[in-house]
Design a protein. Structure first.
Length: 340
């Protein structure tokens, strides 16, 4: 049988292959998805016809027959935040190596958008990697019961997670500031729904109490440079000599605002950021910040998810992985200003 002109102008379907071979479309579907259920000679004819017609399996049809889509959703709160650039790169490279497609979703710092995206991805993805989830523990746990999920920077019992150990780096930052003579330090908190922000504050409070210095909590603030202006004003009003910010974006915004007010960094106030995003070392002055292997965190999250999707492939099923962090000292921190 020859190929009709209309077939050459559009992608081939299993119905075209069925007509070409003189068999039912259901037989073609079985031959291509579960070949052991079809006669060897018939299967060979169907495979030859599929090759001649340049047939490409439809992903949705494949999902219906196999229960798998070959896609993984990656959810981030703000795609414009440079912190997530390396994470996305890590997940993309690891998924590509495993033959999966990455479906990237910006959840806009909204728990409603995040929940809606997860519900939609149940139909179009095999699993989800969610970074800095804004969902409540109960909602995230319920979502993980419906589709395989690995969380990044969100620790909920029952949900596999990659945790970036910024609380320990927060203590390092405090020790660094104490060594410079600072005794009154502010923590510039991130979003109220951020578990990472709460964990850092808890660690910082305990470290400050053990070391006999004052820490004040300011905020919450949105994790953007625009929020840095209000954070800087609050820091000046509080009378502290140093600040540890939730992330580099807030810290960079603080540097800009303090400069506009004629407040020198670090001579009048020291600033510490978190994440070591691209550009943190280009600031004026370069930003002291807490750094972590973000791209590696993305790769580990993918490995943990794929171990759940393909348990026969080996590799173990870790439920939790902790990524180390360290303080990178640059020019935004210096000796505490002398009284008077």
């Amino acid at each position: 049988m020859s190929i009709r002109p209309d077939q050459a102008e559009r992608p081939a379907t299993i119905h075209d292959i069925a007509a070409f071979c003189g068999v039912a479309a259901s037989t073609v579907s079985r031959a291509l998805s579960t070949p052991d259920r079809v006669n060897v000679r018939t299967r060979a004819r169907i495979e030859e016809a599929a090759a001649r017609l340049n047939y490409t399996p439809n992903s949705q049809a494949k999902a219906l027959s196999s229960g798998r889509t070959g896609a993984v959703g990656v959810l981030v709160p703000d795609i414009t935040n440079p912190f997530y650039f390396d994470l996305i790169r890590g997940t993309q490279l690891q998924l590509k190596a495993a033959g999966y497609t990455q479906l990237l979703v910006d959840t806009e710092e909204s728990d409603e958008v995040e929940a809606s995206a997860m519900e939609q991805l149940r139909k179009g993805a095999d699993g989800i990697i969610v970074a800095a989830s804004r969902l409540s523990d109960d909602v995230l746990l319920a979502a993980a019961a419906r589709i395989p999920i690995v969380a990044v920077n969100r620790d909920v019992p029952g949900v596999p997670a990659v945790i970036i150990d910024t609380p320990s780096a927060t203590s390092q930052a405090l020790d660094h500031l104490i060594s410079l003579g600072h005794t009154r330090v502010a923590y510039v908190a991130g979003p109220a729904s951020s578990q990472s922000s709460e964990r850092r504050w808890t660690a910082l409070s305990a470290a400050a109490e053990a070391r006999g210095v004052e820490v004040h909590r300011l905020g919450p603030f949105a994790p953007t440079t625009q929020s840095g202006a209000a954070a800087a004003d609050a820091a000046v009003h509080s009378g502290v000599s140093a600040c540890i910010a939730f992330n580099d974006l807030i810290a960079i915004g603080m540097l800009q605002r303090l400069s506009a007010r004629g407040i020198r960094v670090p001579a009048d106030m020291s600033i510490v950021g978190c994440d070591d995003i691209f550009g943190a070392d280009f600031c004026n002055p370069p930003l002291t910040t807490m750094a972590s292997p973000i791209e590696q965190a993305g790769r580990v999250a993918v490995s943990m998810l794929l171990a759940r999707l393909n348990p026969l492939a080996g590799g173990g099923r870790r439920s939790r992985s902790v990524m180390p962090t360290h303080l990178t000292v640059r020019g935004s921190t210096g000796p505490a200003p002398q009284a008077g």
